[in-house]
Write a protein that binds this ligand. Structure first.
Ligand SMILES: Nc1ncnc2c1ncn2[C@@H]1O[C@H](COP(=O)(O)OP(=O)(O)OP(=O)(O)O)[C@@H](O)[C@H]1O
Ligand SMILES: [Mg+2]
Length: 825
């Protein structure tokens, strides 16, 4: 049993499994812990991860990456439209300005939503986990940047569903990191919390959060971020400088990377490598062979120069750090530790800036690229009923203030949220902030309405300044109604329950009409019941004559008693569900189902392709190996004529493989392997039989020798066995040895190129027969010695006294519970 944590990075992704013995980050098939976040669309299949990154240079237009920057975004966001221009693949606006990714797949133009592409990446991580676990892995917690808005979160959830996961939580990446940091700490204070800042410097964004830790608890105090600051910005700053230098140096030979997307990509890759070297060394060479027009380009970069070039990006670095501190209401000296994660945290200049600001060294308790997936796997284990994990309360918060808005009713009805500050009335509408920034997740709120007609409630971001440009303020809209208005009243009372769930997504949980009714207290008036029991009680309570109950009950008598003793009334609240329609940003059920089916089909195509390649490789490998063995290992076991015709068959099969058979189906390769094996297997068999025959023959001989010695020797251990039985054993062994000798002699005169006379399986069977015959005879137990008279009391065994029970009994040793509270400690 295992549950999964996934960190989808902009550059690389990791998957971790929580199992009984702890949390492991899982190696992909290249034995790497990090898998490139890429999907390549090819002529016959898709490639993921490392396979996709191997294709990006050759086929950049069909290799999709940076999906975390695309999912849940819209062309209405100016910075998104700008970002898309720099992508090597095509992203165009679809319906409602939603992005669509354009590629060529299976030789045809194809369009995919970012949800589907990200699901492909997730499904690949799922396969990596399942290959390691050896069984299906379904439950997952997926890390998302804390700044992901509702639309991005819902899109991410849709991607998990398409990938076949059951997402128990979308977890803010910094909170997952905090959990991975805190759950194993045994020194957390009981009372005064310890404040730790987490700084995650990734490829495309910077996230900061301040967390208060106490024993068994983490509480997020604040979150801040720069959505557009990451390691790639340092690469970009250096890229412009080096591109200009190369143009100046090699421009006369036609080098200008701004004119060639592939050259630009290769230069960028090289810069990223050099940047990593400069994190350790003061300078590094930068060489790109045949960058453009077969020109080798080279230069040298120093760390000093890199820092000078990227200084403008570094300037932004402290802004979210200061914001997080201010929002948490803490001074730098009140932060006991600054834990840095994300691979870009290896940039010396960024670390130096942090250390200067806080006046102390940063901490690196966690693995910079694995903390998020580990934290997610831990959270998944905590949420899964199959695990027991050490009690640890995770209190995360929303970084955005979320409000609800509805039309004001004319009369001053006392509408509004039950436990939120009164809503602000604006013209014809009321807006009430139900989940302010910093509100704990999950959280529920109730809003009361007095209405006679269907109405709408809108969910929106309360503070547009918290959003990046172009993000619509409205999150979702709920149309409520129709509903019954109680008799004698002009309005129904409605309770609307809204929830900010664990994923950080707002949903409408229920809408109910609430009617207060007075009912007879059943203890005071045991009114008869009928099918319409409620109504009967109500009628009786109101003093109305009881309805005809078929004339069986003495109704008059009861009614008379009720009249004499004024019936006691009890207030009761009746609630009835009201239908509503939710307009949210996620995919609708039909589209989601369609996407899941398409993903299944594509995965099947990939699998068949992989199996076809495996079979093709198997055929090729068979040809090579058989050709070698025919003139080497198997040479004695095949006649010259057969060897020559088999060799020609292998040659023609090889020619076919590289010509007509280059691109065949799995079935054809399987059939061709069969054709060759029909010839090759008998040769292989003759060789294998000859190679193993001496050993199995000597095993049979040894067995016969052993039993013969037992039966004919003078060993006292077998003295009790009857001579007749011993003779049978001796005969069985002698017959078996005779049989073997005869077969081996025939085999000796048989040509090595002919089918064996005796098979090793026959010899083994003979040995088993001998053992089955002789063993029961030779292991007959000795007869029991004659019984002795019981000895006097002195030797009598003392009955075990009470309390003398053995210290250890079969069931006496306490077995450890299958699941203990520290299972994942
Ligand atoms: N040794 C290093 N020195 C400096 N930068 C590095 C080093 N190693 C990796 N990086 C940079 O770190 C960034 C990748 O960080 P990380 O793997 O944490 O990102 P990610 O999780 O894929 O993306 P994100 O968190 O933005 O979604 C890249 O820009 C990479 O160049
Ligand atoms: Mg990351």
């Amino acid at each position: 049993m295992s549950v999964c944590g996934v960190d989808i990075g902009n550059l690389t992704s990791t998957v971790a499994l929580a199992r009984r013995r702890g949390v492991d980050v899982i190696l992909n098939k290249e034995s790497k812990r990090e898998t490139p976040s890429m999907v390549n669309f090819d002529e016959k299949q898709r490639f993921m991860g490392t396979d996709a990154s191997a294709k990006v240079m050759m086929n950049p237009k069909n290799t999709v990456s940076q999906l975390k920057r695309i999912i849940g975004r819209s062309f209405n966001e100016p910075d998104f439209a700008e970002e898309v221009k720099n992508l090597p693949f095509s992203v165009t606006p679809g319906p409602d300005n939603e992005p669509l990714i354009n590629v060529t797949y299976l030789g045809q133009p194809a369009q995919f939503s970012p949800q589907r592409c990200l699901a492909m990446q997730m499904a690949d991580l799922k396969l990596i986990a399942e290959a390691d676990q050896g069984s299906k892995v379904t439950d997952v917690v997926v890390g998302v940047p804390a700044f992901f808005n509702e639309k991005q979160r819902r899109a991410m959830l849709d991607a998990t569903r398409i990938a076949g996961f059951n997402c128990l939580r979308l977890m803010n990446e910094t909170t997952a990191t905090a959990l991975a940091y805190g759950i194993f700490r045994t020194d957390l204070p009981e009372d005064n919390p310890q404040h730790v800042m987490f700084v995650d410097m990734g490829h495309a964004s910077l996230q900061v959060c301040v967390v208060a830790f106490k024993k068994g608890q983490l509480k997020v105090l604040s979150q801040a971020f720069d959505r557009n600051f990451g390691g790639r910005d340092i690469d970009a700053a250096v890229f412009h400088h080096i591109a200009a230098e190369f143009k100046e140096k090699y421009g006369s030979k036609g080098v200008d990377v701004s004119q060639n997307a592939r050259a630009a990509m290769r230069l960028n890759n090289e810069i990223e490598k050099v940047k990593k070297i400069l994190s350790i060394n003061p300078e590094a060479p930068l060489n790109v062979e045949c960058l453009m027009n077969d020109v080798d380009c080279s230069t040298k970069l120093t760390r000093e120069k890199l820092e000078e070039l990227a200084v403008s990006t570094f300037d932004r670095f402290l802004t979210p750090i200061k914001t997080a501190l201010a929002d948490a209401g803490l001074r730098p000296d009140e932060i006991s530790e600054v834990e840095v994660v994300g691979a870009a945290s290896r940039t010396p200049c960024l670390v130096r800036t942090l250390e200067e600001f806080f006046g102390k060294q940063v901490a690196r308790h966690l693995n910079a690229t694995e903390a998020v997936s580990r934290g997610c796997a831990l959270q998944c284990a905590m949420l899964s009923p199959a695990f027991r994990v050490r009690e640890f309360d995770v209190q995360d918060v929303t970084p955005y203030s979320i409000a609800f808005r509805w039309d004001k009713v004319a009369a001053g009805a006392d509408e509004g949220a039950d436990d939120a500050a009164a809503g602000a009335a604006d013209g014809n509408s009321v807006t009430s902030v139900l989940f302010p920034k910093g509100n704990v997740l999950p959280s529920e709120k109730m809003i009361t309405f007095f209405r006679s007609e269907p109405f709408a409630v809108e969910c929106l971001y309360a503070d547009p300044s918290q959003l990046s440009a172009g993000i619509p303020q409205q999150i979702s809209k709920f149309e409520i109604g129709k509903f019954p208005v109680p008799d004698g009243s002009d309005k129904a009372k409605l309770k609307v329950k809204v929830r900010l769930n664990l994923h950080g997504v707002v949903s409408l949980d229920s809408v109910q009409t609430v009617v207060e009714v007075e009912e007879a207290d059943p203890a005071a008036a045991a009114a008869p019941t009928s099918e319409n029991g409620d109504k009967m009680e109500t009628d009786a309570a109101s003093g109305a004559p009881a309805a005809d109950a078929g004339g069986e009950a003495p109704m008059e008598a009861d009614a008379g008693a009720a009249a004499a003793e004024a019936p006691k009334k009890k207030k009761k609240v009746r609630r009835e569900d009201v239908a509503y329609n939710a307009a949210t940003t996620g995919m609708n059920a039909a589209d989601l189902q369609g996407a899941m089916e398409k993903e299944y089909d594509m995965a099947m195509t990939d699998r068949i392709q992989e199996e076809t390649k495996d079979k093709k490789n198997e055929l090729e490998a068979y040809i090579y190996s058989m050709r070698n063995k025919l003139c080497d290992t198997y040479t004695e076991y095949v006649t010259e004529g057969d060897k020559s015709s088999f060799n020609s068959k292998l040659d023609s099969m090889e020619d076919w493989l590289y010509e007509d058979g280059e691109d065949e189906t799995k079935g054809v390769y399987v059939q061709k392997i069969g054709e060759l094996k029909a010839i090759g297997d008998p040769i292989e068999e003759r060789y294998n039989e000859a190679a193993s025959r001496p050993e199995v023959a000597s095993n049979l001989q040894a067995v016969c020798k052993r039993f013969t010695e037992m039966a004919t020797g003078s060993d006292a251990a077998y003295a009790h066995i009857e001579q007749g039985d011993k003779d049978k054993v001796t005969k069985e062994c002698a017959d078996a040895l005779m049989w073997l000798q005869d077969k081996l002699a025939q085999q000796e005169s048989n040509a090595k190129t002919a089918a064996p006379v005796v098979f090793t399986a026959d010899i083994n069977r003979k040995r088993e027969t001998v053992e089955r015959f002789c063993q029961p005879i030779m292991s007959k137990p000795k007869p029991a010695p004659p019984k002795e008279e019981p000895k006097p009391a002195a030797t009598e065994e003392k009955p075990a006294a009470e309390g003398d029970a053995p210290m250890e009994t079969e069931g006496g040793e306490a077995k450890e519970g299958m699941e203990t509270a520290n299972d994942l400690d």
